[in-house]
Ligand binder design. Structure first.
Ligand code: RB5
Length: 150
């Protein structure tokens, strides 16, 4: 069942350390992280973790998801292959906020080699706290869903 407090999280080796910081911050903000790996700094393949997190969100196992890799790019490409997932690669407070307000992004992707820890934790907090604006954006999000089905 969908639980808005459960957040699926995954990373590859390039962002394993940042995942640890995110897990801690999620807990301190009252969320329940659902850790889909990776479990160490050994080289691994980002699609494995992107698919695990995206499927958890699409299936309602988690309310939202977070994916971290070196650039954030690979994770966002893969996550957006899964129907029902709107993954947003965010680099700052503004993109994190807009991805929620206008796009109803349900997966946040961050590049651990792109932004510093403090920026990453700031955009995590704003992404979690910002609601979808709805209105004209609802119509646009519905068109994304329609495109998936076409
Ligand atoms: C791993 O070296 C790197 O390619 C990966 O973390 C990510 O940046 C891919 O998009």
């Amino acid at each position: 069942m969908r639980d808005d407090k459960t957040i699926a999280i995954g990373a590859d080796h390039g962002a394993y350390r940042l995942k640890g910081l995110f897990v801690e911050r999620l807990r301190s903000l009252g969320y329940e992280p659902l850790d889909k790996g990776t479990d160490g700094e050994a080289s691994c393949d980002y699609p494995d973790y992107a698919v695990a997190v995206a499927k958890a969100v699409a299936a309602g196992e988690a309310g939202r998801g977070i994916l971290l890799c070196g650039s954030g790019i690979g994770m966002s490409i893969v996550a957006n292959k899964v129907d029902g997932v709107r993954a947003a690669l965010c680099h700052d407070h503004y993109t994190a906020k807009m991805s929620r307000m206008h796009n109803d992004a349900n997966v946040l992707c961050v590049g651990a080699r792109v932004v510093g820890d403090d920026v990453a934790l700031d955009l995590l907090a704003v992404w979690l706290a910002t609601p979808f604006e709805g209105g004209r954006h609802q119509r646009r999000v519905e068109k994304i869903t329609a495109a998936e089905r076409a």
